[in-house]
Write a protein that binds this ligand. Structure first.
Ligand code: ADP
Length: 430
C-alpha cells in the first residue's frame, strides 16, 4: 500500500549492529508515524519486522529498530526525534539471552527447572524493554517462558495497581506488545508498593507459589523459567521487596540495569549461588515525566475498557445496588504498635479487609472484581490472596437510591460480588 497521502517519507540505511531510535510526539492531536522495512532484516525490542509491511506507532511511542546484519527502513510522518546510534548494549543483551538458553538446555538434560530471572534497576533504565527482549528471544527459540509483572505503576500486562503472571507463547507484536490472554492477576490497589509493602510482598509470594505449582505439572513452563519485571523503587522497603522476591521465586539470575550500588548490595545480600549481573542501560531509553507516566496509566485503563487500535471493545454501563455487592479496601490505616489490640501485629492490619460503605467518594475509583465465589464469606482472608476476574469503574453514585453506576467490560450482572477498591481513579472522557 502507498504511504498515507501527504506524509513525509525518510529513508534510513542502517549498518550492522546499529539502531534507529525515534519518538512520536505525545498528545491526542499528534500524528502517527509509520515504519517500513525495505531491505535486510531488523527487529523492534526482539520482534522481527516483516518486509514491506507498515507498522504504525501512536503518540508517545519510543521505539528502537535494531539490525544485526544491516538494513534500510522508511519512516512516514514526522517523528519528534529520529537518529541512528551505533552505541547500543544489544550484544550484551543477546549474550545474556544465550546464557539463559544454555541454562534451559541444561535443565532439559538434567530434568531440572529453567532459569528464574529477576530484572531490577531504578525507573527508566529499560527494565520492561529488557524483559520483553529476553522473552521474545526465548519464544523465538521455542521456549515457553513466563512473564511475572511486579511493576504496579506501569504494568505491561494488566491495569495499574495489579501484579500478574502471563505465559508467553509468541513473540511480542511489534505494535502492541505481548498478546494478553488469560493472565493471572492480583489486586494490589495503588501505583506504588510503598502504600502497602506487606500486601505487595504477600502477592509476590502468591505469584511465586502459583508459578511453582504450574512448573510441577508443566515441563515446558518449568524449563522456560520466568522473567520478573520489578518496580523502580530500589531503596529501603523497595530494596527489601526485591530481596523478598528473589527468595520467594528462588531466582537464579538477577540482572541489574545501570545501578552499581544496587548490584553490590544484592551481591552481598543474596545467596552465593544467585548470579547477579550488572548490565548497562541503553542510551535510547527515554526518561518519562510523572505526567507522562500518569498518562500511560490512564491509557492502560482506557485500553482495558475500549480496546486498542484495530480491536474496539464496547463497554457496558449499568446500575449496581449497594446491597448486591460487598466492597472492601485491603489494609487498615496503620496505628502505633502500642495501640494495637493484644496479639495483633502491624502485618494483620496491612492485610486486613476493611468493609467500605459506599458513598459519593467512590466515584471514578477503579474496583477489582474478586474471583472469590459469592457466599464464601468464610474465606474472607483468602480474598486478599485470590486472583481477580476483571475491573469496573464507578461512574456515578446515588446515595439516595443506594445504587452506583459502573463501567464494565461485560454486560450485567457482575460475575462476582466481592469488590476491592483501588486508590486509582479513571475519568471516562469518551
Ligand atoms: P523501565 O521499565 O525501566 O521503566 P522501559 O523499558 O519502560 O523502562 O523504557 C522506557 C521507555 O524507553 C519506553 O517507552 C521504551 O519504549 C523506550 N526505550 C527502551 N529502549 C529504547 C531504545 N533503545 N531506543 C529508544 N527507546 C527505547
Amino acid at each position: 500500500d502507498a504511504p498515507a497521502a501527504g506524509k513525509v517519507s525518510t529513508r534510513y540505511d542502517l549498518e550492522k549492529e546499529t539502531e534507529l531510535r525515534f519518538e512520536v510526539e505525545a498528545g491526542e492531536a499528534a500524528e502517527q508515524v509509520e515504519l517500513e522495512l525495505i531491505v535486510g532484516m531488523a527487529e523492534v525490542f526482539g520482534s522481527e519486522l516483516n518486509r514491506n509491511r507498515k507498522y504504525t506507532f501512536g503518540p508517545g511511542s519510543k521505539i528502537a529498530v535494531f539490525t544485526w546484519q544491516g538494513c534500510s527502513v522508511n519512516l512516514y510522518g514526522k517523528p519528534e526525534v529520529a537518529y541512528v546510534s551505533k552505541d547500543t548494549p544489544m550484544l550484551l543483551y543477546l549474550n545474556t539471552h544465550a546464557a539463559l538458553e544454555q541454562m534451559r538446555k541444561q535443565a532439559e538434560r538434567d530434568n531440572e527447572r529453567g532459569p528464574r530471572v529477576m530484572v531490577v534497576g531504578p525507573t527508566d533504565v529499560g527494565k520492561s524493554t529488557v524483559c520483553r527482549l529476553l522473552l521474545s528471544y526465548a519464544v523465538r527459540v521455542g521456549r515457553r517462558p513466563t512473564l511475572v509483572e511486579l511493576d504496579v505503576g506501569q504494568s505491561g500486562v494488566s491495569v495499574p495497581g495489579t501484579v500478574s503472571a502471563l505465559c508467553i507463547e509468541r513473540p511480542a507484536d511489534v505494535e502492541e506488545g505481548f498478546s494478553v490472554q488469560a493472565p493471572l492477576v492480583y489486586h494490589f490497589g495503588s501505583t506504588t508498593p510503598g502504600t502497602n509493602i506487606k500486601l505487595y510482598n504477600k502477592l509476590t509470594s502468591c505469584l511465586a507459589e502459583v508459578f511453582s505449582q504450574r512448573c510441577e505439572v508443566n515441563r515446558k513452563a518449568s524449563v522456560g523459567g520466568c522473567i520478573i519485571n520489578t518496580c523502580g523503587w530500589v531503596k529501603g522497603s523497595g530494596y527489601q521487596a526485591l530481596v523478598h522476591c528473589a527468595s520467594a521465586f528462588q531466582v537464579d539470575v538477577v540482572l541489574v540495569l545501570d545501578h552499581e550500588r544496587l548490584y553490590n548490595e544484592l551481591k552481598r545480600d543474596l545467596p552465593h549461588f544467585v548470579r547477579v549481573v550488572l548490565l548497562p542501560k541503553s542510551g535510547g531509553v527515554v526518561e518519562r515525566s510523572k505526567e507522562c507516566r500518569r498518562e500511560t496509566r490512564d491509557e492502560k485503563i482506557r485500553e482495558y475498557f475500549y480496546g486498542f487500535r484495530g480491536v474496539s471493545f464496547y463497554p457496558f454501563s449499568f446500575e449496581v445496588r449497594f446491597s448486591d455487592v460487598r466492597i472492601y479496601k485491603i489494609g487498615a490505616p496503620s496505628i502505633p504498635d502500642s495501640c494495637l489490640p493484644l496479639g495483633m501485629s502491624q502485618d494483620d492490619t496491612q492485610l486486613k479487609l476493611v468493609p467500605v460503605t459506599p458513598g459519593r467518594d467512590l466515584t471514578y475509583h477503579v474496583l477489582s472484581v474478586s474471583s472469590v465465589e459469592d457466599g464464601d464469606e468464610g474465606a474472607r482472608k483468602s480474598i486478599v490472596e485470590s486472583p481477580v476476574c476483571g475491573f469496573i469503574v464507578v461512574t456515578y453514585v446515588d446515595t439516595q437510591a443506594q445504587v452506583m453506576k459502573v463501567l464494565s467490560p461485560a454486560p450485567r450482572p457482575l460475575p462476582r460480588h466481592t469488590l476491592l477498591i483501588m486508590d486509582i481513579r479513571f475519568m471516562d472522557m469518551k
